[in-house]
Design a protein around this ligand. Structure first.
Ligand SMILES: [Zn+2]
Length: 508
C-alpha cells in the first residue's frame, strides 16, 4: 500500500498532472442534580474573527437570534434526580433553547471529547493548552478558552450554554495566558488535519433542493465525497484515525487524528489540500476539469468510485440536462462539433429525453458514425471529465490549509435544525441518513419516555444506565467511544515506544 511519509507531503504530486501508474504508489456522566439554566453568561466577549469559518454560518446567526428570544422559557434551575423533562415531545425539527441545558447536562459525551483531544486518560497539554471557542446565545464569540480537566470543561459549557463550540489548535502555552507570555512563546503546535464538505458548493449541479434544504438524493454527493476522500487519506497518506462528523445540516467534516497529521505545518497542509484539488475555478467556470493523461492513480481510482454512483446520483437523482437549455451545458463539455450537432438535433426532435437517455445517446450516435471528425479517445476523456465535474468532492480547501483553523466540535447541536453533529462511519457512509439524526428535542423526549416506561425498575438498575443509552444517540456515542479508544491505544503504544527508545532499553 503506497503511503507518503509526513516529510514527503510538501513534495506530493499534484494529481492534476499526468503520471504513470507506477510513479505513485457516559458518557454522559450520570445526571448529578441541578440543571442550571438561569445564570446568564457574562464573560467578556470578542467578536468572531477570520478564523471563524464553517458551513451554515448564515443560518446559524438567524437561529442564534431565535434561540436567544426563547431563552426565557428555560426550565427551572433545580430538578430532582432523573426528573421528567418538561419539553414538548412532539418537536422534531429546529431547536428550543430549553433543550440545550438538558443536552449538555445529560447527553453531551464530554468524557469522550476530552479523551479524543487529550489522547491519554489524565490531562496533558494536548487538552489543557487546546483552544476552545464558544458562540454564546447572544452571538458573542469567545476565543482562547481552555480547561485543566474534562470536568472543568463540562462545567463551563453548562454555565455558558453556548449555541455551539469550536475546537482549535494546541498552543505552546495555555491560551488563557496568551497576553502574559512573550509573543514568540505563544504559537500553535498541533491540530487535527480537517476537511469540510458543504452542499452549498454543489448548488450549480444540484436540482432536487435549494439553499439549506437537503434530501437523500443530494446527500449522495456527500456520501460519494466521503468515500473518495476517506480512501485517499488511508491508502495514499497512510492515515488510520479518520473521524467523519455530520455538520448538523448539509455537510460533513473529517478530522484526521493520527499524530503524524496533527503535527503537519501549514505548508504541508496546503500540499495535502492541493493533492485533492481536481476541480479548478468556481461554479461559473465553463470547464473545471483540465487533466492530463494518463490520469494520476489517485484520480483514476476516484473516477472508479464516482462512476459507480454517477447513474443513480447524477443521471437519475439530479437529471441535470433534461431541458434543451440545460443540455447545452453537457454539449459544451464534449469535444466534437459534428457529434454535438447530431445530438442537438435528436434531442430537439424527440422532446423530453431524460439525462440518463441523453448520456446514452452520446455513445449511441458516436457508434453510428454521425461524425467524421470524432476522436473516440477524446470523447472518452471528455466523458470522464464530466463525471469528475459533477461528482468529484468539492472541498472548502481553506479549512484544511491552516493549523489554527477552528472547527465545530462533534456532538454540538445545530441551532437551525436542532440536529446533533454525530459521527458518520467513514467505512460505510452510505448507511448514514441525515434525516435519521436525532434532534436535541427528540432526545429529551426519548429520555422522558424511557423513564416513564421503566419507572417501576429498581433505582440501582435505572442508575446503571447513562442517559444517552436511553436514546437514539446511543449508536453514535458508542461509535465515537470505539474511535477514541482506538486512537488512545495507539498513542499509548507510541509513547511506550518513545520511552523505551529514550531509556535505551532496546539497545541491550
Ligand atoms: Zn435534495
Amino acid at each position: 500500500m503506497p503511503s507518503f511519509k509526513t516529510d514527503d507531503l510538501s513534495q506530493c504530486r499534484d494529481p492534476t498532472e499526468a503520471s504513470s501508474p507506477q510513479s505513485q504508489s457516559s458518557v454522559v456522566q450520570q445526571f448529578d442534580g441541578n440543571i442550571q439554566t438561569s445564570s446568564s453568561p457574562t464573560p467578556v466577549a470578542v467578536k468572531e474573527d477570520d478564523m471563524f469559518g464553517d458551513e451554515d454560518d448564515d443560518d446559524f446567526e438567524a437561529a442564534a437570534d431565535a434561540l436567544e428570544s426563547k431563552s426565557s422559557s428555560a426550565p427551572s434551575s433545580s430538578a430532582p434526580m432523573v426528573a421528567p423533562i418538561s419539553t414538548p415531545p412532539s418537536k422534531t425539527a429546529g431547536l428550543d433553547a430549553s433543550d440545550m441545558p438538558i443536552f449538555y447536562q445529560r447527553l453531551m459525551p464530554f468524557k469522550e471529547i476530552f479523551q479524543w483531544l487529550n489522547h491519554f486518560p489524565s490531562p496533558t497539554t494536548s487538552f489543557t493548552n487546546r483552544e476552545f471557542a464558544f458562540t454564546l446565545q447572544n452571538d458573542a464569540y469567545l476565543r482562547y478558552q481552555s480547561f485543566p480537566t474534562s470536568d472543568a470543561f463540562k462545567k463551563e459549557v453548562n454555565r455558558l450554554l453556548p449555541s455551539r463550540f469550536e475546537i482549535g489548535p494546541v498552543y505552546s502555552a495555555n491560551p488563557r495566558d496568551r497576553k502574559i507570555v512573550r509573543k514568540t512563546a505563544f504559537r500553535p503546535l498541533e491540530k487535527e488535519l480537517v476537511f469540510d464538505i458543504d452542499m452549498t458548493d454543489y448548488d450549480d449541479v444540484r436540482t432536487c433542493c435549494k439553499g439549506t434544504d437537503i434530501c437523500s438524493k443530494c446527500w449522495n454527493f456527500i456520501t460519494v465525497a466521503i468515500r473518495v476522500i476517506d480512501q485517499a487519506l488511508r491508502e495514499d497518506f497512510g492515515f488510520q484515525h479518520v473521524l467523519w462528523v455530520y455538520s448538523g445540516r448539509r455537510g460533513a467534516h473529517a478530522w484526521v487524528c493520527d499524530k503524524r497529521a496533527r503535527t503537519l505545518d501549514d505548508s504541508k497542509r496546503r500540499a495535502v489540500a492541493s493533492y485533492f484539488e481536481v476541480l479548478k475555478g468556481g461554479a461559473q467556470s465553463s470547464k473545471r476539469v483540465n487533466l492530463k493523461r494518463p490520469l494520476h492513480p489517485f484520480v483514476a481510482r476516484s473516477l472508479n468510485i464516482l462512476r459507480d454512483s454517477f447513474k443513480d446520483t447524477i443521471l437519475i437523482g439530479q437529471d441535470p440536462w433534461r431541458t434543451q437549455e440545460s443540455a447545452e451545458k453537457l454539449l459544451s463539455l464534449l469535444p466534437d462539433r459534428e457529434l454535438n450537432d447530431a445530438l442537438r438535433k435528436k434531442w430537439a426532435s424527440s422532446g423530453d429525453r431524460s439525462s440518463l437517455q441523453k448520456w446514452a445517446d452520446i455513445d449511441a450516435l458516436a457508434e453510428q458514425g454521425v461524425s467524421r471528425t470524432l476522436d473516440p479517445t477524446h470523447l472518452l476523456e471528455a466523458k470522464q471529465d464530466v463525471i469528475l465535474e459533477y461528482l468529484y468532492p468539492r472541498l472548502d480547501a481553506e479549512v484544511s490549509k491552516h493549523l489554527n483553523h477552528l472547527l465545530k466540535s462533534p456532538f454540538c447541536v445545530h441551532p437551525g435544525t436542532g440536529r446533533v453533529c454525530v459521527p458518520i462511519n467513514g467505512e460505510r457512509p452510505e448507511t448514514f441518513d441525515p434525516m435519521d439524526v436525532p434532534t436535541a428535542g427528540m432526545l429529551t423526549a426519548e429520555i422522558n419516555e424511557w423513564d416513564m416506561v421503566h419507572k417501576t425498575l429498581d433505582s440501582p438498575e435505572r442508575e446503571k444506565l447513562s442517559d444517552y443509552e436511553k436514546t437514539s444517540l446511543k449508536p453514535y456515542v458508542e461509535y465515537f467511544h470505539r474511535f477514541v479508544s482506538g486512537l488512545m491505544k495507539e498513542e499509548m503504544k507510541q509513547k511506550r515506544q518513545r520511552e523505551a527508545e529514550s531509556s535505551g532499553s532496546l539497545d541491550f
